[in-house]
Design a protein around this ligand. Sequence first.
Ligand SMILES: Cc1cc2nc3c(=O)[nH]c(=O)nc-3n(C[C@H](O)[C@H](O)[C@H](O)COP(=O)(O)OP(=O)(O)OC[C@H]3O[C@@H](n4cnc5c(N)ncnc54)[C@H](O)[C@@H]3O)c2cc1C
Length: 377
Amino acid sequence: MHLTDEQRLIQRHVREFAQAEIEPVAVEHEQAGRYPRDLIEMAAEADLLAPRLDESVGGAGLGVVSSLLLNEEFHRADPGIGESVTAVTFGCEPIIEYGTPDLVEEWVRPACRGEVVSSVAMTEPGAGSDFAAIETSAERDGDEYVLNGDKVFISNGSVADVSLVYARTSSPEEPHRGLSSFVVPADADGVEQTPMEGYMGPGATDIGQVYLSDVRVPVENRLGDEGDGFYQAMTFLDEARLDVAAACVGAARGALDLVGEYVTEREAFGGPIAEKQAVRHRIADLETRLGGARSLVYEVARDLEREGEVDAARSAQAKLLATTLLEDVASEAVQLHGGYGLFDEYRVETFFRFSKVPQIYEGTNEIMRTVVADGML
Ligand SMILES: Cc1cc2nc3c(=O)[nH]c(=O)nc-3n(C[C@H](O)[C@H](O)[C@H](O)COP(=O)(O)OP(=O)(O)OC[C@H]3O[C@@H](n4cnc5c(N)ncnc54)[C@H](O)[C@@H]3O)c2cc1C
């Protein structure tokens, strides 16, 4: 794949960081179920935490392609740590786009330095794919809004210092027009954040629940106009899905790398299993599909860079293709490791458990099919 000299430099920088700092501690983090605060600080020092955000707000000011290269390499090294490091500034783009300069100073700059963790709280116990059905309310009271409701499955949910909360500001008769987004500090009165236990995904991530009980935020913490929340969220997700697709390509690369190492070392029936044609063909098929998915992801990324707007159907295609590829790669990676594949020390089982996660968040694969079909038909 063609990369500019600058993009190659960035790729090498993040790859060296991931190989030196993330890979050696991946099993330890996974086994301890540890959120990687130390690695987040190190990534910030290496200017790898906010690749796409503008330099004027503290980001690295890189293009879309470069930022996807970061996502890819972090997830290649370890999907759990990769998720946590790349999600620190998750809620920042909408704050920059629709928020006041004060909100940017208060939250975005510190997030770029790794001092603040952000989250995006859309999903509720009764509304996931059907986002317009959320019930969290935001009622205007003078110069403030009062928020009440519960949010579930929130990435960084229990560790975030600030959340971008989507809530209903008008009646449910207008499901799409009735939503607005608010910047809610975690230490505001009435906010409670708890980790969600029993999660199947990687241990180095935080998935939490956020409870809002009479939480008061100033009107200035509303992003954009009242009633714009649903449309802001859809624009945000259309782009964010490309990040997920790049993460899956990276994780698939990481799992295939582990397979390559293992099958050349493991011997059976008098030689390395890498010499068996049945093994070689399976790896060749996956390698070929990985190349195809990667090409699509970066083609859509280049279009986004050129046109400044993402094609929703194509970013959904990229996410659908990359997530299903990752599941197949990760499953084969476990299989080709035999019994060892089922133990965390060999790491492929982490990739396998992770592979279901991106098929569900930021729009399930069924919703991706709907977006693709809507674009086509
Ligand atoms: C690890 C993880 C991290 C997450 N992080 C965040 C986060 O940071 N912020 C946030 O707000 N949310 C987050 N989510 C929530 C995620 O976006 C939702 O789980 C997702 O949108 C699906 O919603 P649901 O779980 O309620 O499932 P449902 O919407 O109830 O779906 C259940 C099943 O029905 C299918 N389905 C639903 N509607 C249709 C339809 N119209 N056509 C066909 N099939 C359909 C779905 O595809 C799925 O298979 C996260 C989830 C996970 C697992």
